[in-house]
Design a protein around this ligand. Sequence first.
Ligand code: UDP
Length: 364
Amino acid sequence: MKILVLGAGGFIGVNLTERLLKEGNYEVTAVDIEKDKLKDIGVFDDPRLRYLHLDIRTDNDTLERETKDHDLVIDLVAMANPALYVEDPLGVFTLNFTENLKIVDYCHKHKKRIIQFSTCEVYGMTAASVIGKDPKDMPCPFSEDDTPLIMGPIKNHRWIYASAKQLLERVLHAYGLQHDLNYSIIRPFNFIGPRIDYLPSEKAGNPRVFSHFMNALLYGTPMKLVDGGKAFRAYTLIDDAVDCMVRIIENPNGACDKQIFNIGTPENEITIEGLAHLMKEIFNEHFRQEGDPDPEIVTVSSEEFYGKGYEDCDRRIADISKATELLGWKPTHDLRSVIYKTMEYFVQQHRARQGQPEPATASN
Ligand code: UDP
């Protein structure tokens, strides 16, 4: 099977491309404007991998030709970072909806199957938070085909990302209904692992929470809890997530045709405050070296941290029963091992840059 992976150079793309080449019988065209992470994965010279430097925003002819030349299109092209939803809502909308819609149109025109990456943010906030209840006191798991999608008001423009992704999902669904387009949609729930974001001390910008807390542990900046760190997240190791993605690609007996899949690890739930403490604990137990800082944990307002227009997803837990029933998939890593493995990657990179001995690799 010839697979076109659009946005192959990001965190999910490189981990997926690596697995497809190491374990699968696929030819992959990896499209991105960046290749640094792809060069890192050790399969860059594999003859079944073709890297194509292509900006999908500007070169429509090549994008269409490549779509036509492949059996399956996997669309990972996105701006998926909460700081950007607040800073550049129009840029987020344009890339995540307008540019992605072209890909859907080409798949329709050339009758190709598409796997579209969406987001768990399409669920928005819990019903509990809207009616002023504590989300802990109400059942939360979000299910793909039944749960309503709850966005905040327009002035909280961070929802433009979730809204753009939701609209793209609705367009895919409509194409499926009216033109029999064969699509599968994936809603990722907080994947972490090797090759996730950069550290803010090493590159300008505002990455996601794990990188901020890692930065604190390695460079001594404070661990900032936005609005007290009361929101919940449930973290999934990228390896588990890729296992599920490969099953969706293989699509046994068409089980994934016109289906939406949550990919997440419901058991790995923790508050952001809890995450800060657990990361400290795991770092101290396995990675701490003499001279490493001991960061303080502080609270900051969301306006101070992100600017005006932010609103949080209070809690999000995936109902993964569809992936289990249709694909036999279940995640296998608990929260401690997910954090350990992601932390190990950051520490190895950091120590290597400092010319210090890397931590011994240990299973956790
Ligand atoms: N957050 C935090 N400190 C940080 C960065 C983020 O407390 O340094 C919070 C953020 O407000 C949210 C959660 O951590 O409640 C997860 O944010 P992240 O940026 O990882 O992305 P998300 O899971 O919302 O997509």
